[in-house]
Design a protein around this ligand. Structure first.
Ligand SMILES: Nc1ncnc2c1ncn2[C@@H]1O[C@H](COP(=O)(O)OP(=O)(O)OP(=O)(O)O)[C@@H](O)[C@H]1O
Ligand SMILES: [Mg+2]
Length: 253
């Protein structure tokens, strides 16, 4: 199995700031898994440790390990992890604003092994199939897309590299509820159609419980709760206990 695991992982930033403390998680192959928790709980840090971008932020793994398909990733540089099939959609819609939608996808595809023109077109068509609005605007400048469309493009860019596992950080942030739901619906469809393993970081408990089969909740850098969608508890319980009971985060559901 090409599971992704995080085993007894502790991460520090700089010399002192402990962001994760003994975190153990399994992201099973072909499954959609969610990681929840309040602001500052360490969610993004988990994704950064998996993709390797941690090193660009003076972060480091102090103990524990990340593995993918049984292979330890700790000391493997970011570009090699992406070649191995680990894609990271970072928080905040990272796209190339001055380029067209099409160019954004082309450039993202360079992270994958070299491919023919026909192959590149086939992959772009698949992405436009999932996100028709990107197809309609393929020759438009990415910076002029709406927030939701830019998030779709950021996800499309990850898919262009044909990953085996995709990490998605707060895809719903700042989006209208309907658009957030649409993006999750598409992620669910990609997962169901292609078996792509997906780990989503999400603060909207309703969304996470609707689309992820297995859920982890972080609190102060530790796993406070985990379980399947059906056994982990209700939206209200999780929200009240671990997300400060902020109803704005769950209203959308
Ligand atoms: N580059 C960094 N340098 C120093 N400390 C950092 C850095 N990034 C994160 N931290 C600290 O690590 C802890 C975990 O941060 P992280 O970004 O992983 O949380 P998060 O759960 O993603 O929060 P949010 O919901 O706000 O995105 C926080 O205390 C944060 O201040
Ligand atoms: Mg974060």
């Amino acid at each position: 199995m090409t599971d992704l695991t995080v085993e007894n992982l502790s991460v520090v930033y700089g010399q002192a700031i402990a962001a994760l403390d003994d975190v153990t998680m399994t992201v099973s192959e072909g499954r959609m898994t969610a990681l929840m928790g309040a602001n500052g709980a360490g969610k993004s840090t988990v994704l950064k440790a998996i993709s390797g971008v941690l090193e660009f932020e003076r972060g480091r793994i102090s103990t524990g390990r990340v593995t993918f398909g049984g292979q330890q990733l700790n000391d493997i540089p970011v570009h090699r992890r992406s070649r191995m099939g680990v894609a990271h959609v970072r928080e905040g819609r990272h796209i190339l604003s001055n380029m067209t939608v099409e160019e954004n996808l082309d450039v993202a595809g360079f992270a994958a092994p070299p491919r023919s023109k026909a192959e590149t077109a086939r992959i772009a068509d698949r992405i436009y199939g999932y996100f028709p609005v990107l197809g309609e605007r393929r020759r438009g400048t990415a910076g002029y897309l709406s927030g939701g469309e830019q998030q779709m493009l950021a996800i499309g860019r990850a898919i262009a590299a044909e990953p085996r596992v995709m990490l998605v950080d707060e895809a719903s942030l700042g989006l209208a509820p309907m658009i957030a739901e649409q993006i999750f619906e598409i992620l669910g469809r990609i997962n169901a159609d292609t078996g792509l393993t997906i780990l989503i970081v999400e603060q909207n408990v309703g969304l996470a419980l609707r689309y992820a089969e297995y859920v982890y909740v972080l609190e102060n850098g530790r796993v406070a709760l985990e379980g399947t969608r059906d056994t982990i508890g209700t939206r209200e319980e999780i929200s009240a206990r671990y997300l400060g009971g902020d109803t704005t985060l769950t209203e959308m559901a």
